[in-house]
Design a protein around this ligand. Sequence first.
Ligand code: LCV
Ligand code: LCV
Length: 258
Amino acid sequence: MVKTEIHTHVGIISLNHPEKLNALSREMVHDLVAAFESFKADGIRVIILKAEPNKSNVWSAGHFIPDLPEDHEDPLGYNDPLEVLLRSIQRYPGPVLTQVHGSVWGGACDLIMTTDISICDPTATFAITPAKLGVPYNASGIGHFIARLGTNQAKEMFFTARPVDAITAEKWGIVNHLVEEDQLEPYTMEMAQHITTLSPLSIHVIKEQFRILANSQALSADVFEKIEGLRTMVWESKDYHEGLKAFREKRKPDFTGE
Ligand code: LCV
Ligand code: LCV
């Protein structure tokens, strides 16, 4: 599901499941986490995460929708493959750069928000789509968007579920840099290689401090339980089941708010 290559201290991981538009299925996530683990064992200092081209020009279609639980189970719970992947990115002891060509959807957009530095070309778009499926999303994922964007921009992305184009993505700070299509690869590689010339230990400890500080707003037990109660109400709703059914039947969902 993924292709990997090593250039001295830079490791490249390419999403490579074109038939399903690089959707983040269990198998895809398993292969991604395995690639991170093996790069860590090889002391790779910087990772570039990119996608092999496909007919739909999609970087990743996000969570593999058929994997979403149908009955009385939390979608995007702690052990959900996507959450496992996001944690392995945050814990990798070196910067993870994303090189984006094509459209990014749902959980893959959260993945972009979780990586350390993002660079895209003019074909890139970014959409976060729980409202299209009747999914409640989760506090840690919403936290990634708040950390990266202004709250109003993060809310617009969640409430409209519409793709944000590359120019807006750079203006809002979804990506660090928007470069020409033929510059995307060399620009990203140059930054990655430059970073490998700096102290890997210093960078690892600084990255770990960013992660600890980002996760530092402790939620009190009753706040946490209130959030879980709200999320349960959504994923036990008719709307959630309608969202999944509509995707399977390739039609627009008809949400009733129940
Ligand atoms: C499985 C897929 C998918 C897919 N899973 O090509 O953020 S949350 O909370 O919403 C979270 C739960 C999440 O991430 O949900 C997933 C969010 N992703 C999306 O909303 C994108 C869904 N996909 C699309 O809107 C279209 O596929 C796009 C616009 C990406 C591409 O459209 P296009 O017409 O070019 P198809 O739709 O024909 O897709 C090609 C094949 O990939 C499958 C899709 O079912 C089809 O498979 P078959 O040829 O077997 O029918 N596919 C696409 N997305 N997320 N499978
Ligand atoms: C003492 C100096 C210094 C200096 N200390 O002129 O952020 S952290 O964690 O990194 C933290 C620990 C921190 O703040 O670390 C220091 C970070 N600073 C730098 O990395 C800048 C180091 N300096 C340089 O890169 C160059 O000096 C610049 C580019 C600023 C200027 O270069 P230029 O060729 O014009 P020189 O390098 O010849 O510097 C003139 C004199 O100032 C001293 C330097 O040693 C030299 O003294 P001598 O003529 O006695 O040799 N100097 C420069 N920076 N941070 N001394």
